[in-house]
Design a protein around this ligand. Structure first.
Ligand code: 5AD
Ligand code: SF4
Length: 467
């Protein structure tokens, strides 16, 4: 009989709320914990460690967290009754905002860590198992946490995220991000390129660069100079095998000429851009401290479309910011009709404690906010449907990412990030192939492989019909 020195695998369950940056962070937390024996688990039941990676951007984040913690208290007690221990950690923006308040209300939590400290998790786990009290790490340390993270333990999918920038200095009136994620920070170019090369050699074909304000990117280049996002995208586009690039989330104020030129020059840069505008009223935009007018946004959208005629937009909107009148809300509807969005996220304003708008006079009544949001969402939904329908009959490259929902299907994404499925072989996964779209469904497209054509000799997609 052989003996093995491999320590028993410990089970790690991570629950992720919020944006793609949190999804990326959860992946990196798993990577950091892999060398000390933690392997991903599908459920929290019986897990040796549970991390709740929280998001504070919208309503009731704290309440949701505490109700989840209530459930986990029982799971932890069950584990202990069975002779085991469950390490319970709260990470992300609610952890950053609430800090020690979390362990005061839920003393069964072992670790509270902010988004800038997750590379220290193994040390925190060790301290938590020694310490009588909880371990709280919510600083914004000056060191670059990315230098302290191991290479990814799990292989990426065909599409991968790569965080290049964190934090925000813009202080929009309604938003907690500058308080929870701290000041803007850009990773140096060399680290980004090295991570991208690793992702591609492990099978990624599409990389989405992430950052709260990704187009404010100003990382140090190998030449010692500050590189903007356009320059970074050009360097990434040279990586052999990397077919597609995207970036999110951008601020209209930081769309510069070089970034627009990158959209013109780089076929790898996908013709779909998430560019939040929040409102169509200049007075509301000023109250939001956005630093741009409705017209600025329209001009930027026009210039981007001129550079890349098949470019489609996604955006974020807030209905019912304090002080927003009915006429001002109507200006948002006018802007939406003028731009024509392929996709959008829209929210009812909700007060975030500690932000300037939370204490502003003239809060819009709930019923009025509901009515505005409904009208806005109906218009955006119509535009999304029209955009999806406008793809029917077109032929363009689709990147296949995995099996479809039904047997015999493969699924992929279009250049505009629409899910697409067709009857086909799993051998297509990881490749880009030309597809002719046959039908538009509420949230996806279906199509047929365009015989005899591959992504390298595909016809350019036609200009989208106005949505
Ligand atoms: N209320 C409503 N929506 C908000 N967002 C951010 N903060 C709030 C808030 N307090 C929305 C913005 C932002 C998106 C990520 O979430 O539209 O772009
Ligand atoms: Fe929040 Fe505004 Fe910064 Fe976006 S730009 S993260 S909305 S403060």
């Amino acid at each position: 009989m052989t003996t093995t020195s491999t320590p028993p695998r410990k089970r790690l369950f991570i629950r992720t709320w919020g944006c793609q940056m949190n999804v990326y962070d959860s992946g990196r937390m798993a990577d950091v914990l892999a060398p000390i024996g933690y392997a991903p688990a599908e459920t929290p039941d019986g897990a040796d460690m549970v991390i709740l990676n929280t998001c504070h951007i919208r309503e009731k984040a704290t309440e949701k967290l505490f109700s989840e913690l209530g459930r986990l208290r029982e799971a932890k007690a069950t584990k202990r009754a069975a002779g085991g221990e469950m390490v319970l950690a709260v990470a992300g923006c609610v952890a950053q905002a609430e800090g020690a308040e979390i362990t005061a209300r839920a003393p069964w939590v072992d670790i509270v860590l902010g988004p800038q400290t997750y590379h220290k998790l193994p040390e925190m786990v060790a301290r938590a198992s020694r310490a009588a009290g909880a371990v709280i790490e919510c600083d914004f340390p000056a060191e670059d946490k990315f230098d302290h993270l191991p290479d990814a333990a799990a292989p990426p999918g065909v599409t991968a995220f790569l965080t290049v920038q964190e934090g925000c200095d813009k202080f929009c009136s309604f938003c907690v991000v500058p308080y929870t994620r701290g000041a803007e920070f850009s990773r140096p170019v060399a680290g980004v390129l090295a991570e991208a090369r690793r992702l591609v050699s492990a099978g990624a074909r599409e990389i989405s660069l992430l950052g709260q304000n990704v187009n404010a990117y100003h990382g140090e280049g190998p030449d010692g100079r500050s590189w903007g996002l356009g320059r970074l995208l050009r360097a990434l586009a040279e990586i052999p095998g990397l077919r597609r690039l995207r970036y999110t989330t951008s601020h209209p104020r930081d769309v510069d000429d070089d970034l627009i030129a990158a959209h013109r020059e780089l076929p790898q840069l996908m013709p779909f851009l998430h560019l939040p505008v929040q409102s169509g009223s200049d007075r509301v935009l000023a109250a939001m401290n956005r630093g741009h007018t409705a017209d600025d946004f329209l001009r930027i959208a026009d210039r981007l479309r001129e550079a890349r005629p098949d470019l489609a937009f996604s955006s974020d909107f807030i209905a019912g910011h304090p002080g927003e009148t009915t006429a001002e809300f109507e200006q948002t509807m006018v802007l939406v009709r003028r731009v024509g969005f392929a996709q959008a996220y829209s929210f009812k304003y909700s007060a975030r404690p500690g932000t300037p708008a939370a204490g502003a006079p003239h809060q819009v009544p709930e019923a009025e906010k509901d009515a505005r949001l409904q009208a806005l969402q109906a218009l955006l939904r119509d535009q999304q449907d029209a955009f999806n329908r406008s793809r029917v009959g077109m032929t363009f490259p689709v990147l296949f990412t995995g099996p479809g929902r039904h047997a015999g299907q493969v699924a992929g994404r279009t250049p505009w990030l629409q899910p697409l499925h067709l009857s086909g072989q799993l051998g297509l996964v990881g490749t880009e192939a030309s597809v002719t779209v046959l039908a538009a469904h509420p949230n996806s497209l279906s199509g047929l492989l365009a015989a005899g054509r591959d992504a390298d000799n595909v016809q350019p997609a036609e200009e989208p019909a106005p949505a």
